[in-house]
Design a binder for this molecule. Sequence first.
Ligand SMILES: C[S@@+](CC[C@H](N)C(=O)[O-])C[C@H]1O[C@@H](n2cnc3c(N)ncnc32)[C@H](O)[C@@H]1O
Length: 382
Amino acid sequence: MNKADSELGVYVHWPYCARICPYCDFNVFKNRKVDEKSWIDAFGKELEHWAEITGPRNLTSIYFGGGTPSLAPPDVINAVIEKCKALWGHSDNIEITLESNPTDVERDRFSKFHDAGVNRLSLGIQSLNDEALKFLGRDHTASEGMNALDVAQSTFANVSIDLIYALPEQTLDQWRNELQTAMGAGVGHLSLYQLTIEEGTAFAKAVKQGRWTPTASDNAADMFELTQQVTAAVGLPAYEISNHATPGQESKHNQIYWRYADYVGIGPGAHGRISVDGRKFASETIRYPAAYLSSVIERGNGTEEFYALSPEDELYERFAMGLRTNAGITLYADDIFYEDEERVVRLNSLVNDGYLANNCGRLTATDQGLRILDTIIFEVFR
Ligand SMILES: C[S@@+](CC[C@H](N)C(=O)[O-])C[C@H]1O[C@@H](n2cnc3c(N)ncnc32)[C@H](O)[C@@H]1O
């Protein structure tokens, strides 16, 4: 593989949060005093492990996700960035993203993260309505969120904010006002997620016990429509189902996922996808932080699973990730997709019914198709 087209991203999972939000099913644990040196050593060793497997690559992005990486010691962030650059070098316009909660504590660390090399901040504001923030179990207010945004915009060249919508009893007007306030702040990127009730979360339990009812799907569909219209009208069109950006401010890292390019995943419970000798390999690391740390010390890595994907699984993932974006996917003439004739028939009828568009092999989901993308993917691969 020549270096030029050997793009690579590195995802770093920091598993700790000050509190566990009732809707969250990410791999997270209550914050605790962390042994900085252990984490610097562990991340360093694991990056070395993956550099041996990937070989020389064009590193275009590093992404610190969580959990709440803005609670990690800045020296840990700095050490990981330096290690990545030492192992793979990096592209001139490398994107280095850190997810942050908007509490005052974290806001006061922004300049340290910037000095460490972070050039894009993803701020988890979640809502600009204090009642909704209470419902979401957040430890900050809307004004604290906007203050943190202010500081973030004066510290980082690239800032994105996360908002969760389609909350119970949330009205279209409430959501429109929130969106306009967020867009009025002049951010170049918005991640706008509909609330999902994830198995095993406090919200799933509350819904099961009938304590409250999630918003009806047609309300959620109306809110999705509104979101698409309002953001496009101010030059922040969707480039992916939940992600909206001023052209040029799209997330490079997330586009690696959606374009099915290669990325390394380190830290507890991280996933990776790496091409080796023309095959795509999937990786997953140990989820529990203590077990992950001891594994890296003993074995030099925290890998729980590392296996070659079947060509069919690879195809499925390429579809499921690519059709989320307005860039879509390319079906090559010799694509294994065409080896299943019935599947080709099903695809063509989805195109004829207006759910998908096939422009000389460039396949995209139409607005109609985007609304029911999971069903579309299921229909193609059933
Ligand atoms: C890894 S989390 C970010 C973590 C960061 N500590 C925070 O809370 O801001 C990524 C984003 O996923 C979204 N998210 C997480 N769980 C969700 C759920 N059940 N429904 C909708 N969005 C969710 C939130 O907007 C969150 O900011």
